[in-house]
Design a protein. Structure first.
Length: 152
């Protein structure tokens, strides 16, 4: 319970990477895997920044079942980049579903994205629409609601 209270405080008030690392270690020692991974995730966000978006998974042509919302999924995203041949360029970002253990077809939730190459996502701003891909066609559509730089 004490770890949960510290996590709630840290989610509201900006804290250092070191603080998140200490909370992650406490989660590891208590064998609270999801809490540990959340603290590691938040530490990564402090270092690299984060993108929050409202994601809707498509019911048609997309995934057939729900996925775990705790940072394991690493889908491809169309964030507007194009290849030299003017083809759609896709970028990878891990995905954490806020306030839900999983997300299924037809469902909508706020998510946090941890891009593999954060510098390629810097052009995004609230209101931008990006698409999630696990195969063709797109699996989901997300509207960016917040872009936080490192240290926030």
């Amino acid at each position: 319970m004490a770890l949960d209270v510290l996590i709630e405080i840290a989610d509201v008030h900006p804290v250092s990477i070191t603080f998140w690392e200490m909370l992650a270690e406490a989660g590891r020692q208590m064998m609270l895997d999801r809490s540990r991974r959340w603290c590691e995730w938040r530490g990564w966000e402090v270092k690299h920044g984060t993108i929050r978006a409202t994601l809707t998974l498509l019911e048609v042509g997309g995934r057939q079942s729900a996925f775990s919302g705790d940072g394991w999924l690493r889908p491809l995203w169309d964030i507007g980049h194009r290849t030299a041949a003017r083809q759609q360029g896709l970028n990878i970002a891990r995905l954490w579903v806020e306030f839900a253990p999983e997300l299924g077809p037809g469902e909508t939730a706020d998510v946090r994205l941890a891009p593999l190459q954060p510098e390629q996502w810097q052009h995004l701003k609230p209101g931008d629409v990006i698409t999630m891909h696990e195969a063709q066609p797109a699996t989901g559509i997300a509207e960016v609601i917040e872009v936080l730089p490192p240290g926030v």
